[in-house]
Design a protein around this ligand. Sequence first.
Ligand code: BTN
Length: 244
Amino acid sequence: MINIIYKKETNSTNTDAKELAKNGASEGTVVIADRQTAGRGRVGKSFFSPDATGLYYSLILRPQFSLEEITFITSAAAVSAVRAIENVLGIRCGIKWVNDLYLENKKVCGILCEATPNLDGGAEYVILGIGINLLPPEGGFPEDIKNVAGSVLTECENISDIKLSLAKSITEIFFEYYEDFESHSFIKDYQNLSIMDAREITVLGNEPYEATALFIDDECHLHIEKENGERVVLSSGEVSIKFI
Ligand code: BTN
């Protein structure tokens, strides 16, 4: 059962959803907000969440599978978000490994999946957080992300309806995959929607290096070739694409 809780403003819908889950909220509960004052991104970054221009969405899950399997939730979510945006707006984004959505070489959506482990090697609950930049923010994106961030639309009149339709569509599509999760039926879609193949990339970290992305395998790992010809398989991490 999908139950959508709407807030005008909150610090983070992921934090709200976590609190609800801790207090027993059921799987399928969704929190959306018009604005987040402390939106969170991956690797301790913040997620710019200005008023009215984006969808800030968090879904409570109570998966019955292992933590290893839970890592695939982000990949299924990326595919679900692409398909929902296409259903509702007729616009097709691509997936940049590992979990960002890109449109015309700009990041328009990020995903933050947070699991609270239990004692059986699984999770008590998982919060699947998705942030989609739907419209350009008033005054533009902040300096530190303005070269990377973009929005799905340039203008629209019924943004509230669009946000609700997107929230419903993402949840429905995600649950189609989730019902038979361990079959990994989303991987083929993930591979088809990936924008990584043959891209010149920088692998970020303490010592960044240049490489060519080759393909994404059935474990959602990224195969790359370093400049010296060495092949490496990345299971997690951050890469940036050199858009020409
Ligand atoms: C990233 O790109 O690093 C991930 C961004 C995830 C942002 C979403 S917005 C809804 C939910 N609430 C948060 O605080 N973060 C996620």
